[in-house]
Design a protein around this ligand. Sequence first.
Ligand SMILES: *[C@@H]1O[C@H](CO)[C@@H](O)[C@H](O)[C@H]1NC(C)=O
Ligand SMILES: *[C@@H]1O[C@H](CO)[C@@H](O)[C@H](O)[C@H]1NC(C)=O
Ligand SMILES: *[C@@H]1O[C@H](CO)[C@@H](O)[C@H](O)[C@H]1NC(C)=O
Ligand SMILES: *[C@@H]1O[C@H](CO)[C@@H](O)[C@H](O)[C@H]1NC(C)=O
Ligand SMILES: *[C@@H]1O[C@H](CO)[C@@H](O)[C@H](O)[C@H]1NC(C)=O
Ligand SMILES: *[C@@H]1O[C@H](CO)[C@@H](O)[C@H](O)[C@H]1NC(C)=O
Length: 439
Amino acid sequence: MSSGCHARRLVTIATLSLLALGHIAGAQCANALAPSYEAPVVGDGYSAQLIVAGLSKPRSIIFDTNGALLVVESGRGVTHLDLSDGGGTCLAAKKTTVLINNSNLTHGIELSQDGKTLYASSANEVFSWTYDPAAVSVSNQRTLIQNMTNADHVTRTLLLSKKQPDILLVSRGSGSNIDDLATQQSSGISQIRAFNLTELAPGQIYDFPSNGKLLGWGLRNSVGVAEEPTTGGIYSVENSADQVHRLGTDIHEDNPGEEMNFHGALDGSISADSQGGNYGYPDCFALWSTSGVPSLGGLKVGSQFSLDNSGPINDSVCNSEYVAPRLTFQAHTAPLDIKFTPNGTLAYITFHGSWNRDTPAGYKLSAIPFSNGAPTAPPDSTTAAVDVLSNADLTACPGRCFRPAGLAIDAQGRVYMTSDSTGEIYVLQQTAVGTGTSY
Ligand SMILES: *[C@@H]1O[C@H](CO)[C@@H](O)[C@H](O)[C@H]1NC(C)=O
Ligand SMILES: *[C@@H]1O[C@H](CO)[C@@H](O)[C@H](O)[C@H]1NC(C)=O
Ligand SMILES: *[C@@H]1O[C@H](CO)[C@@H](O)[C@H](O)[C@H]1NC(C)=O
Ligand SMILES: *[C@@H]1O[C@H](CO)[C@@H](O)[C@H](O)[C@H]1NC(C)=O
Ligand SMILES: *[C@@H]1O[C@H](CO)[C@@H](O)[C@H](O)[C@H]1NC(C)=O
Ligand SMILES: *[C@@H]1O[C@H](CO)[C@@H](O)[C@H](O)[C@H]1NC(C)=O
């Protein structure tokens, strides 16, 4: 999963000018920040710059209609960042304002299409506010959805559909590594549900487990959810299980794979079959590495497997009765966000990085080429993810590394990425369209 041979180190603006990479707006990037750890490696065809530091666990981010960046600082609330824009990747935080002071907010954020209603989530609830981007203020806090509390996984990712603007998707993960409650649809555990906000009467609150439309279940912890802009297809990225053994053999180092799952379009125009389907967890997992896997049979990368291949849910049932991932990624890389470019030719994915692996993996931003609403790589690909920004020395992770979390793309196509562990935001700009495995 590496394009390291095409990569170069993050360098200062001055050096970038020497390299004649062009698209950087001159050498006057007075506020350029440098990370306290080894400079990240920037993928071929991109330039990158660290632009914000000193945040507390920044997770999801979104631009408002005035071009300010709204940041969920997990355990603090929502922060409003006014950016000064010197062009290219030369940006800096001009003014920082606490917009919502609420220590319960964990991760999710959304804005209505008119930019006047803000949504954010705690482990238990989804809230909305009336938002005034000029005054930088919120009012009228309202609870829209509740009853989502569980242990372990507390992000409640929010996605407002652009195709069906009254539909809010909410993703809820499991309460433990292997959570048997996920086998009961009524638990609401490990599900993505779609809620029609127009149908919610004043004063009414949706109950997560029993209201809304089930988009998928058996999804261990699908933190990233996105709508492909050309077709409206919904994709999610799933953090799969730790410490997994199969038939008594420890296979956890490279299995199971993290998953990209497909949920069809909200208007039912594509793939109505898998929509609302069970994606396997906690009975079936996706294979990343075939190496050292006992009783491999015909399993290949992306095949669903059971942990003991016996009993009612064996490998063949996993593959015939449960929805298989559209793509599989290196185990434990922890995908947290997915965002499409406006014409749908790339999906950016943040890989927060592993803990349950001897050699750290992930800790990078990658891009997945898409065409006609689907990844160009086949489901058994191991090379679908192309590195865009990665840590120079994975053995230094997680201690002296950035950890990608949330993503946003601005009107110029520049990509913004939070790193929660370091309290930072990077910006990336595509400077060239490469060839071969890059773009
Ligand atoms: C946030 O709220 C807490 C508790 O109500 C309060 O102690 C703190 O000063 C507030 N912080 C800001 C920045 O307003
Ligand atoms: C956070 O959640 C707790 C528990 O539900 C609640 O008592 C508290 O008021 C909430 N804090 C805010 C700022 O809403
Ligand atoms: C909350 O969800 C659980 C299922 O997880 C359900 O049993 C319970 O009735 C719900 N509580 C409320 C207040 O709706
Ligand atoms: C949401 O609910 C409203 C009111 O019932 C309805 O008109 C609209 O069609 C619904 N949206 C979708 C996408 O089903
Ligand atoms: C897998 O389980 C199904 C359902 O219990 C059973 O019909 C089938 O024979 C099993 N396959 C194998 C290879 O054991
Ligand atoms: C999609 O957008 C990118 C970036 O603007 C551009 O380079 C590419 O040519 C576009 N591709 C298509 C198929 O429109």
